[in-house]
Ligand binder design. Sequence first.
Ligand SMILES: Cc1cc2nc3c(=O)[nH]c(=O)nc-3n(C[C@H](O)[C@H](O)[C@H](O)COP(=O)(O)OP(=O)(O)OC[C@H]3O[C@@H](n4cnc5c(N)ncnc54)[C@H](O)[C@@H]3O)c2cc1C
Length: 490
Amino acid sequence: MKSNQSRRNFLRLSALSAGFAITHPLSALSVHDTWNKKRGKPQKVLILGAGMAGMSAALELIKLGHEVIILEGQSRAGGRIRTLREPFPEGLYADMGAARIPEDHEWTMKYIKEYDLQLQLFNPVEGDYIHLMKGKRIRYNSQSPASLDNYPVNLTSEELNMGWTGISTAPFQELVAKLGDPKAMDWPPQSISGYDAYSLKEFLKQSGYSSEIADLLMIGWETKLGMDMSILEVMRELSLSFGAPRYKIVGGNDLLPTRMAGALSDHIQYGSKVLSIEQSENDVVVHVSKNEQNKKFTADRVICTFPLPVIKKMEFMKTLSREKQRAINELTYWDLSRTVIQVSDRYWKKDNLNGFAATDRPMEIWDPNYELDSKRGLIAAYAKNDDSQLMDGWSDKERLDFASGQVNKAFPGLMDHFEGGFTKCWKEDPWALGAHSIGTRNQMTDLLPHLIKQEGRIYFAGEHASAYHGWIQGAIESGNRAAKEINSLE
Ligand SMILES: Cc1cc2nc3c(=O)[nH]c(=O)nc-3n(C[C@H](O)[C@H](O)[C@H](O)COP(=O)(O)OP(=O)(O)OC[C@H]3O[C@@H](n4cnc5c(N)ncnc54)[C@H](O)[C@@H]3O)c2cc1C
């Protein structure tokens, strides 16, 4: 969400908050929890969705001897983790969904290790990065940030002297000290719930700082929605992961779900679109459309991992409690799109640039294969909310032209090497209907507890039902939490 350098600065913030963390009984499931050593009463479980939440739940329940079937609408597993390899030449590839894996995401790291996958730093150490703000191109590198004087924002001289580290820590220190345990399912504590009404800008202003500090901290993400994020969601993000280095899986992030799906091949029913879910006192019935025929599955328990915009459109929504319906209806989702452009030459390297940039459009740009030696390459343009919505209804060519124009501003000369490209808009994906959840103002205090609560025989998992909104980590943690809930039934 922030530049490489400001991310590093947030390390201090994370370290600071860790000192104040308290263990909370309702805390998110820890990777060290030993619940899966002993089986509870055997259950017949249907898991809806073969994304990371569904598959991690399945793997744990199967190990314990429960009977599990996963119903997946698509012909592949992995959901919002998707790597594009075709038709790129020379072994080039790009992740169109989940891209970065923070080092301290221990759930994700646990599965990466278990499936013997290799990691590579997401951000290059070598070469210069670009910040593009109000048309100004600012260079910096992984060793030294650009001086704040270079940025076209109105900061006081005192703030300018604080540097990146100062502006990304000082305004938040008092709030960090009161955070408690941001992984707790009933977080935030009452003592800070009032902050939920503040966006980052409003928080800075009321703390006596220039609100334009937010423009710097949010570069690459400065959308109306980004600016409307609850300061509590921002603080939770910072304290849970923002300082850590980020990685990607060598060969593409979808190798993780692909290997997990391999281990679950006898349990996943692909091409099974879930139409409706009904529960009685004794069982749950799931109606599915498969190969143009309707089928019915019956189980003791169901784990539903569908993204909320998908659940919202299902009739079964109306059978849920009022609080659950409100939480599903109201939690905000980002609109995110990624355009990948193939170039005959990674021309930016000649100018000692590494192909990474963040702009105030808002957009992030990166070379997904910076570590490969090939002359030919890809460059990815990652459009956030306002820019992603701008592309609604556009043709593929119009999207490509728009993304190319933005890349060209950061790395002039693109069209001399342009070979073609693709755009993936997650809102248009019928199995997601959005990118991922995000707590905007006033949503943190009253929606979150309802998202994870079971409803009768139906349990809920998915990134939205965790403390890690928009992360693989949240999907896995929530899958394990739902599996634990079912395994502990008497
Ligand atoms: C653009 C983008 C960028 C991201 N960046 C990162 C990142 O850098 N790092 C990170 O860790 N995470 C990132 N994420 C988030 C991460 O991808 C998700 O948090 C995680 O993959 C969600 O897993 P899930 O199991 O909760 O849901 P999903 O992966 O969405 O799984 C749900 C499954 O349900 C299936 N399904 C839906 N409807 C039906 C139906 N009616 N019938 C049957 N099956 C159905 C879907 O096909 C899907 O397989 C990003 C996501 C996006 C979209």
